[in-house]
Ligand binder design. Structure first.
Ligand SMILES: [Zn+2]
Length: 248
């Protein structure tokens, strides 16, 4: 798959990097990535991936834009309140980079439809705001053998991890949250700039994974403290009793 002259110009600052080069840029072009949630995390992830030249980007979100979203969701304007997030985020991508095949799915992802919506993607990035969705996405990713970048931000805390087969995200959070469909941001609050930090990190993790830059990050959870402005990394142990990946 050759890059056109326009693509060589557009991605010149990538291609000059020895860790990326033409080979890495072609890996990004060949990648099919699904982003769950066009909220605070998604609004950082989506333009970063589109700018990087991800070949196909699927944006899944059934939410409508609310005024209280705008402090952390810079893809949307005041005049957009009441409109759907997925189609507007997709329109942003289409204008940002015509080389990205972007698709908007304005559906709520759940255990019944997750596998069908995610099948065919090589990577899923979950920036949804509730445990029920995150667990449904994770379970489907394990079943389909799709790597998952999970990113979350609440109050001043950010957490981002890459999950491949085992340990899975369910090993990390357990089974207690499947029915708890709370909007954690609404209840607990979140600093707007924190979602950009966590989302930007998730995009970097995803791009490094696709291109093959750096060490294997599977099973590591990166935690950001937005008050102390510090990062730390912990290893997530596989849960031997996990009902999704435990018997694998
Ligand atoms: Zn598991």
């Amino acid at each position: 798959m050759a890059l056109t002259d326009d693509e060589l110009d557009r991605y010149a600052r990538h291609i000059v990097l020895p860790q990326v080069g033409g080979v890495g840029q072609n890996k990004l072009k060949a990648a099919r990535v699904a982003v769950i949630g066009a909220g605070g995390i998604g609004c950082a992830v989506i333009p970063a991936l589109a700018g990087a030249g991800i070949g196909r980007l699927t944006i899944i979100d059934d939410d409508l834009i609310e005024l209280s979203n705008l402090h952390r969701q810079p893809l949307f304007r005041t005049a957009d309140v009441g409109q759907g997030k997925a189609p507007l985020a997709a329109a942003f991508v289409a204008a940002q980079n015509p080389f990205v095949d972007v698709r908007a799915i304005a559906e709520r992802i759940d255990p019944a439809n997750a596998a069908a919506l995610l099948e065919g993607h090589g990577l899923v990035i979950d920036g949804s705001d509730n445990f029920a969705t995150r667990l449904a996405v994770s379970d489907a990713c394990v079943g389909l053998a799709i790597p998952l970048v999970s990113a979350a931000a609440i109050q001043f805390q950010g957490q981002i991890g890459l999950f491949q087969a085992r340990p899975c995200y369910r090993c990390f959070v357990g089974d207690a949250f499947d029915t708890e469909d709370c909007d954690t941001c609404a209840e607990a609050g979140v600093l707007g700039a924190l979602t950009a930090t966590a989302g930007g990190f998730a995009a970097l993790l995803a791009i490094n994974f696709i291109v093959g830059i750096g060490d294997d990050q599977s099973g590591k959870l990166h935690l950001f403290d937005g008050e102390r402005l510090t990062w730390r990394t912990i290893a997530i142990p596989p849960d031997s009793a996990c009902r999704i990946c435990g018997s694998a």
